[in-house]
Design a protein around this ligand. Structure first.
Ligand code: 48F
Length: 261
């Protein structure tokens, strides 16, 4: 059979345009495809919620790939074992109730399980703004090709409507910072009323507090993962990852409640 160049072209353009059109109205938009965002997306999709993850890199996984000091293994505490096993990740027991996980396996299975549950993941898209509607509510995200930003091209972005937005952007907490910058008087439930900024590393406290503080910080905006610690001024925790997955799960539970009101 003769391969027609234009068939390759039209197949790609038709398929991706269709996929993208389908994502213009969402139940939940997750920003960032790190462990917390992927986990939130998986639980939401499992509950039949229309959810898409927008990731600015061409790869998913965020800070999970690099493990600790570039040794691609991360640590999981006893209490978080189940949430990793749920998606078939193998845990190797070390000393004193700690387990190690292969980063590549963890990224792959967090991603595959989210997709299999029905979540869409789009890479190469930067979320550069939010939509504010219905009074003062975060009602969607504003996206552009990350390549446009990298090349510093003057190209306008487009909007995507979502009932709930989840900031899973990691240390940057970039969506919370956008809301803080663009909405004068916006108040978050933090000690300063805004993004406090992450504190020095203390795994024990960081892991304990991340789930407790995973919440809606502004109408329509939920924070999860390291973005929680950045927003609330909590310590970072280094290469221990139980809290990331638990926080993603908690964000999904909160989003579900909001959607179903
Ligand atoms: O950083 P990241 O992995 O966030 P996380 O899910 O997990 C944190 C851990 O990896 C690690 C840690 C564990 O103790 O400290 O750092 O909280 O993933 C965040 C993802 O968000 C993307 C970014 O490229 C990364 O893949 N991202 C950030 N800002 C934007 C974004 C944006 N404005 N638009 C799209 N993607």
């Amino acid at each position: 059979m003769k391969l027609k160049d234009t068939k390759v072209t039209t197949s790609i353009i038709k398929r991706f345009s269709q996929d993208l059109l389908d994502l213009t109205e969402l139940d939940v938009a997750v920003v960032g495809a790190g462990p917390s965002g992927l986990t939130a997306a998986r639980y939401l999709a499992k509950a039949n919620v229309k959810v898409a993850v927008f990731e600015r890199n061409l790869h998913v996984g965020g800070g999970l790939w690099g493990g600790g000091i570039l040794f691609p293994r991360v640590v999981v505490q006893e209490s978080a074992k189940g949430i990793f096993e749920e998606i078939g990740i193998e845990l190797k027991s070390t000393n004193g109730g700690y387990y190690t996980v292969d980063s590549v396996e963890a990224v792959s299975k967090c991603t595959a399980s989210a997709i299999d549950a029905g979540a869409s993941i789009v890479v190469g898209f930067n979320v550069e703004d939010v939509l504010i509607r219905e009074g003062d509510r975060v009602s969607g995200v504003v996206i552009n090709w990350a390549a446009v930003e990298l090349a510093k091209l003057h190209v306008d972005p487009v909007g995507v409507r979502a009932k709930v937005v989840i900031d899973a952007t990691g240390h940057e907490a970039s969506i919370a910072r956008i809301v803080q910058r663009k909405i004068p008087g916006a108040k978050f439930p933090t000690s300063t009323g805004g993004v406090v900024g992450e504190k020095p590393m203390w795994a024990e406290v960081g892991e304990r507090e991340i789930v407790r503080n995973t919440r809606e910080i502004y109408p329509g905006l939920i924070v999860t993962g390291m973005a929680v610690n950045a927003v609330f001024g909590l310590p970072r925790m280094g290469p221990i990852f139980g809290g990331m997955l638990f926080s993603g799960k908690r964000a999904a539970e909160i989003a579900l409640k909001k959607i179903r009101i």
